[in-house]
Design a protein around this ligand. Structure first.
Ligand code: ADP
Length: 482
C-alpha cells in the first residue's frame, strides 16, 4: 500500500526540493563548471609561456655550466604573467633549485616564504602570512624536462596556485562566505514561505474534505464553506458546497414526499376502513351508493400508486429516446384533443393555436408526454371558469410549445424549484387533486434529452406559463442522451 502523507507535508517537501536544487545544486554546479573552465584557460595561457621559460633556463645553464640560483628569475622577470602560476626548477637529483611565482614576490615584502625541503610532485607547501599557516595545494598542470645536447639537466614544473593564494582569491573566499550566509538566510526564508504556501493550499482542501465528510454523514448544517483566493480550490469548495446544498434540498424533498404520501394514503384508507366496519357492524347497509364511495377511495389509492410508479419514468426520460422525423403539429393536436373532455368536465376552456406542419427530429411519444404533463398540470391548477391557451409554433431552428393558464399561479419563492423531483408548492399540497411532484421533473428530463430548454413564468393568483423550446434537428444522433 502507498504510504500516505498529508498534502501539507508533501507540499513542504516539494518546495524544499525545489529550493535546494535552486539554491545549492545549481550554484555548486556553476562553480564547478567555472573551475574547470578556469583550469583549461590557465593551461592554454601557460602553453604560450612554457617554451620561452624553458629556453631561458637552458640559456642560463649553458652560460654557467651549473644552476646559478642568483641568475634565475631576476626580480623584474616577467615570465609569468598570470599571478596564479608557479614555476619550479628541479636539478637532476630532484632538488628544488628555485621556485617562483608572482605571489611570492609580492608577499616577500611583508612575510616570509618557506621553500626548503620541497620535493617535486609533492604538490604542497605552507604559506606564512601574518602568523597564520594556510595549508594549500597547488595543481601541477605541466612538467617539462630540460636537455642540453641530449643530457638531462633538470626539469621544470608548471603549476596553478590554489586560487585562495591571490588577493582575488581571498576576496572570492570572503565573497563565497557571504554567499553561504545569504543562501542560509534565503533557505530560512524559503522554509517559511514553503510552510505558509503549503498551509494556504492545504487548509481549504482539508476543510473541504471535512465538509464532504460531514455531508456524507448527512450533517448538512455543520459544513461551513472555506474562503480561498486560489481559483481551482474556490471551484472545488463551491462545488462541494453546492453538492451539500442540493443533497440537503433532496433530503428535505424526500421527507416532505414521505409525509405527503403517508398523509394521502391515510385518508382513503381511514375512509374505506370506517365504511367497511360500519357495514360489518350493520350500522350501514351496503347500498350501491356507499360501495361507489368506497371504490372511489380505492381509485384514489390506485392513482397515488401510479404516481409513485412514474418515478422510474424520470430515468427512462433521459435514456431510451428514439429520434424520428415527425409532425409535431399532429402530436400536439392529438394530445389536446385527448384532454378536451376532461377540460369540458371541469369547466375550463382549452384554447389552442397550433401551427401546421412543424416537422422535427424528436421522440414523438416523449414529446406527447411533455404536452400531456403540461396540459394536465394546467387543468389541475386552474379552477372552473378559467382558461388554458396551448400554442405550438415553428420558431426557426426550433419549435416552441407554450401552455398558459389562468390558474392559481406559483409563488416566486417556489418558481425555481418546480422542476425538482417531489417539489410541490404549499398551495398544491393543500389541494386534494395533485400528483407527488414529479411531472415537471419528467418534462424537464425529456426536454433536456432533446437539447431543449424549459422555463416557467408565473404570478400568484393570476396564472402560469410554461414554455418549451426544442431544436428541429438533432446535431448528432445520441448527442443529447445522458
Ligand atoms: P404534481 O404532480 O404535483 O403536479 P409537478 O412536477 O407536475 O407535480 O409540479 C410540481 C409543482 O409545481 C406542483 O405540485 C405545483 O405546486 C406546481 N405547478 C406545476 N404546474 C403548475 C401550474 N400550471 N399552476 C400552478 N402550479 C403548478
Amino acid at each position: 500500500m502507498k504510504v500516505k502523507r498529508s498534502l501539507r507535508t508533501q507540499l513542504i517537501f516539494q518546495y524544499m526540493v525545489i529550493v535546494i536544487v535552486c539554491m545549492i545544486v545549481i550554484p555548486a554546479a556553476i562553480s564547478k563548471l567555472l573551475d574547470m573552465q578556469f583550469r583549461r584557460f590557465a593551461s592554454e595561457r601557460l602553453q604560450e609561456n612554457e617554451i620561452e621559460i624553458a629556453e631561458y633556463f637552458v640559456r642560463v645553464y649553458l652560460e654557467y655550466g651549473t644552476w646559478r640560483e642568483s641568475r634565475l628569475f631576476p626580480e623584474n622577470n616577467d615570465f609569468i604573467r598570470w599571478p596564479m602560476f608557479k614555476v619550479e626548477l628541479f636539478d637532476n637529483d630532484g632538488r628544488s633549485v628555485r621556485m617562483y611565482n608572482r605571489m611570492e614576490s609580492t608577499s616577500r615584502r611583508s612575510s616570509s616564504l618557506e621553500l626548503s625541503g620541497r620535493r617535486p610532485n609533492t604538490g604542497s607547501h605552507s604559506l606564512h602570512t601574518h602568523g597564520d599557516t594556510v595549508p594549500a595545494r597547488d595543481i601541477m598542470i605541466e612538467r617539462r624536462e630540460l636537455y642540453v645536447e641530449g643530457i638531462r639537466i633538470g626539469e621544470i614544473h608548471f603549476s596553478i596556485l590554489p586560487f585562495s593564494f591571490s588577493p582575488e582569491g581571498r576576496f572570492l573566499t570572503k565573497f563565497n562566505k557571504i554567499m553561504y550566509y545569504a543562501v542560509a538566510a534565503m533557505l530560512a526564508v524559503a522554509v517559511l514561505i514553503a510552510v505558509f504556501m503549503a498551509h494556504r493550499i492545504s487548509r481549504p482542501v482539508l476543510n473541504t474534505a471535512n465538509m464532504a465528510r460531514q455531508i456524507s454523514r448527512g450533517e448538512y448544517e455543520k459544513s461551513e464553506k472555506t474562503d480561498t483566493d486560489i481559483t481551482e480550490l474556490a471551484v472545488l469548495v463551491d462545488s462541494v458546497d453546492r453538492l451539500g446544498e442540493s443533497l440537503k434540498e433532496q433530503e428535505n424533498l424526500r421527507r416532505r414526499l414521505l409525509s405527503d404520501i403517508a398523509h394521502e394514503l391515510r385518508n382513503p384508507v381511514t375512509i374505506i376502513k370506517s365504511h367497511l366496519e360500519a357495514i360489518e357492524d350493520g350500522v350501514w347497509q351496503p347500498t350501491p351508493e356507499r360501495i361507489r364511495l368506497t371504490v372511489g377511495e380505492i381509485d384514489r389509492l390506485s392513482s397515488l400508486i401510479r404516481e409513485v410508479e412514474k418515478l422510474t419514468s424520470i430515468e427512462s426520460a433521459a435514456h431510451c429516446i428514439t429520434f424520428e422525423n415527425i409532425d409535431i403539429s399532429q402530436t400536439a393536436e392529438r394530445a389536446a384533443m385527448a384532454f378536451d373532455p376532461m377540460y369540458a368536465a371541469k369547466g375550463v376552456l382549452l384554447k389552442r393555436s397550433i401551427e401546421d406542419k412543424i416537422f422535427a427530429e424528436v421522440d414523438g411519444a416523449k414529446i406527447r408526454q411533455v404536452v400531456e404533463n403540461l396540459l394536465s398540470n394546467a387543468l389541475r391548477y386552474t379552477d372552473e371558469g378559467g382558461s388554458v391557451t396551448f400554442t405550438a409554433a415553428n420558431t426557426g431552428n426550433s419549435f416552441t410549445i407554450k401552455v398558459k393558464d389562468t390558474g392559481i399561479g406559483i409563488a416566486p419563492k417556489d418558481l425555481p424549484y418546480v422542476f425538482e423531483r417531489f417539489y410541490r408548492t404549499d398551495l398544491s399540497r393543500t389541494r386534494t387533486s395533485g400528483g407527488i411532484g414529479i411531472g415537471l421533473a419528467i418534462v424537464k428530463a425529456i426536454v433536456e434529452a432533446h437539447n431543449g430548454t424549459i422555463r416557467a413564468e408565473s404570478e400568484l393568483g393570476k396564472g402560469s406559463t410554461f414554455t418549451v423550446e426544442i431544436p428541429l434537428k438533432i446535431k448528432e444522433k445520441g448527442a443529447y442522451l445522458s
